[in-house]
Ligand binder design. Structure first.
Ligand code: PMP
Length: 397
């Protein structure tokens, strides 16, 4: 029998949690696992701007013929405008990819062709899939220090020291904002420092930008990329529009390659296209067409921005309320650091024993290591959650 000796693969640490949550019959159960935005009612709605763009597309689309390998050119332009206000566009090329995951994998497979022996450096900790993606492409991976549990901030001195010792030609994956899983981001000054080191040491920055607009705002979040462009370095940006356009299931993202010169960009991108050709040939159209339609229509664009700002605002308000209620319930730990974190995720500071206690006794699901999706905290569950966390701190110290 073909599969006789095959034991089942371990469940995905994040998506496996969703399965366990769905099976849990406890009526008070709370899902703080998978990173999906939820409104106050716990729904993940389709944005109004997206619905309107889809109506326009339904009426105007007149073919289902293939897109080019790298997707529609106008989509690439929209992405470059979002990332760089279209500055230095001759030095960059963008491919429409299946989500941010697809962007990371296309970039990884392309880099493997030209930098086969490089090591890919990931932050400690990082999104669980990073290691899987770069390992699947055939790379060795290593970690640079990032999170400092004692201060709930960044171990910047140790991070700097490590980045300074990374050899030329290695690849360094950096989260632009809303670091997953910690919620702790570099300051603009720290970014400048990191970019200076990249220039000096000549390693390749690979930026994961899955949450543009969820940090401080669309413009503020992208601002840290400007010095990188000015440094005339070659680098990559993996964008995802799963969260900021709510297009999770449409699988829409982009890989933007920035080269030192326009000619180098052209040559490198031809290899990105051959990489895509053997992976999935060309992207599916719908998600990218939604983003492009919203971008080209000023009214839809401002509607989208206001909806994105609303999502960001809700998360910030929830962080404050969570910290206040924990204090009110007598939690034996100061959680004020949670208000300094950005984006959907929060490293709660809870131990593995407390995370297990919450799951087993209270049906509250968060990722091992204490990462919670703050958007999963709702007016209807915040009281129960805070009481349970205070209890876990007492009973599973
Ligand atoms: N990078 C990070 C840091 C993420 O959190 C995610 C989504 N969880 C992705 C990339 C992948 O995004 P997508 O769902 O668009 O593939």
């Amino acid at each position: 029998m073909l599969y006789q000796n095959l034991s089942p693969a371990p469940a995905d640490p994040i998506l496996g949690l969703t399965d366990a949550f769905k099976k849990d019959s406890n009526p008070s159960k709370v899902n703080l696992g998978v990173g999906v935005y939820m409104d106050e009612k716990g729904r993940t709605p389709i944005l109004k701007a997206v619905k309107q763009a889809e109506k326009i597309l339904l009426d105007s689309q007149d073919t289902k013929s293939y897109l080019p390998i790298a997707g529609a050119p106008e989509y690439g332009q929209a992405v470059q405008e979002l990332l760089f206000n279209s500055r230095e566009s001759a030095r960059m090329r963008t491919a429409h990819t299946p989500g941010g995951t697809g962007a990371l994998r296309v970039g990884a497979d392309f880099l493997r062709k030209i930098r086969a022996s490089a090591t890919v450096w990931l932050s400690s900790p990082t999104w669980a899939n990073h290691k899987g993606i770069f390992s699947a492409a055939g790379f060795k991976t290593a970690e640079y220090p990032y999170y400092d549990p004692a201060s709930h901030g960044i171990a910047f001195d140790r991070m700097r020291e490590c980045l300074k010792a990374i050899p030329e030609g290695d690849i360094v994956l950096l989260h632009v904002c809303c670091h997953n899983p910690t919620g702790v981001d570099l300051s603009p000054e720290q970014w400048k420092d990191v970019i200076g080191i990249a220039q000096e040491r000549k390693w390749i920055p690979f930026l994961d930008f899955a949450y543009q607009g969820f940090g401080k705002g669309v413009e503020e979040d992208r601002a840290v990329l400007e010095p990188l462009l000015d440094a005339k370095l070659a680098f990559f940006v993996a964008s995802s529009f799963s969260k900021n356009f709510g297009l999770y299931q449409e699988r829409v993202g982009a890989l933007t390659l920035v080269a030192e010169t326009a000619d180098a960009a052209e040559a490198a991108f031809s290899h990105v296209k051959t990489t895509i050709r053997v992976l999935y040939s060309n992207p599916s159209a719908h998600g990218g067409a939604i983003v492009t339609t919203i971008f080209r229509d000023p009214a839809l664009r401002s509607l989208w921005l206001s909806e994105l700002n609303e999502m960001r605002g809700r998360i910030a308000a929830v962080r404050k309320e969570f910290v206040n209620q924990l204090k009110a319930k007598g939690a034996s730990m100061d959680f004020s650091f949670i208000c300094r974190q950005n984006g959907m995720f929060s490293f709660s500071g809870l131990s593995d024993a407390q995370v297990s206690y919450l799951r087993e006794k209270k049906a509250i699901y968060m990722v091992a290591g204490g990462r919670m999706n703050v958007a999963g905290i709702l007016p209807g569950n915040i009281g129960y959650l805070c009481e349970s966390v205070a209890e876990a701190l007492e009973r599973a110290p």
